[in-house]
Design a protein around this ligand. Structure first.
Ligand code: NAP
Length: 257
């Protein structure tokens, strides 16, 4: 802990579990007051808040299901309720997302709309409706995915949502540079969270690990450290970038790591 985010406020969406929880913990450890957002799992968010407070940090939970009408308004209303009307924000991390494990042939229009609503529309309008709260020199960090670089046909619609987030980051960075706000995306590879819990064992885990130059799957803290760096003053000159955090996945030719 370096206290490099002392005096700041952060909001991490989907911070009750997985990568979001690790990001919330890490930003709090750097001295930021963290809004721990959750969709449906209030207990998980409360556990994240307890953990942060137990370690001497400052955090509070706010709930709002994303991808449904009125989602962003409810989220900002909960943020205001916790901190007072017009509260400002230094770091916004758009982490909450859902997966979709269907290829082109079997993806339904409903599933397509749903994954775009949660993964793209919600972050887009969260930023739009939150922009006047984000302080100059602030940070917007969007959690993308390595599948924007590594073709995975069985998650096509999901991969496309993350491609949209990359474009969002790059284009928004151009617009917000005048205010000193940086906008970047972080692209994890296969990471040990609930999303992968059903299959990330035994041989499948060893195979997944083999994608990385380091021969292991990612841990949520691997991603949180990258996000914390981007949130820090040290990253003030980095904007509009997609930071690959896949542990060097698929760097080699077929059959090589
Ligand atoms: P996870 O364990 O499945 O957790 C997802 C989080 O997002 C939960 O906190 C969940 O809240 C929230 N969330 C999901 N749908 C929501 C909705 N409709 N409204 C509000 N909140 C919602 O996910 P993860 O594996 O940590 O992934 C975090 C991010 O990393 C995602 O953007 C994901 O696409 C990206 N990523 C993950 C991997 C990986 O291998 N794990 C790889 C590349 C990229 P509740 O708990 O309240 O439901």
């Amino acid at each position: 802990m370096t206290d490099m985010l002392h005096g700041t406020t952060s909001l991490v969406t989907g911070a009750g579990r997985g990568i979001g929880r690790a990001i919330a913990r890490r930003l709090a450890a750097e001295g930021s007051r963290v809004a721990v957002h959750y969709g449906t799992n209030a207990d998980a968010a409360a556990a994240t808040v307890d953990e942060i407070r137990g370690a001497g940090g400052d955090a509070f939970a706010i709930g709002a299901e994303l991808g449904v009408p009125g989602d962003v308004e409810r989220l900002w209303a909960a943020f205001d309720e916790a901190l007072g009307p017009g509260a400002t924000l230094d770091v916004l991390v758009n982490n909450a997302a859902i997966g979709s494990s269907e290829p082109l042939a079997t993806t339904t229009p409903e599933a397509f709309d749903r994954v775009f609503a949660v993964n793209v529309k919600a972050p887009f309008f969260l930023v739009q409706r939150g922009l006047d709260r984000i302080r100059d020199d602030g940070r917007i960090i969007n959690v993308s995915s390595g599948v924007t670089r590594i073709a995975l046909p069985e998650t096509l619609a999901y991969s496309m949502t993350k491609g949209a987030l990359n474009t969002f980051s790059f284009t928004l960075a151009h617009e917000l540079g005048a205010r000193g706000i940086t906008v970047n995306a972080v692209a994890p590879g296969i990471t040990d969270t609930d999303t992968n819990a059903a299959w990330l064992h035994g041989e499948a885990r060893a195979h997944a690990a083999s994608y990385s130059a380091f021969d292991r799957v990612g841990e949520p803290d691997d991603i949180a450290d990258v996000v914390a760096f981007l949130a820090s003053p040290a990253a003030r000159w980095i904007t509009g970038q997609v930071i690959d955090a896949t542990g060097g996945s698929h760097l080699g030719a077929a059959g090589l790591r």
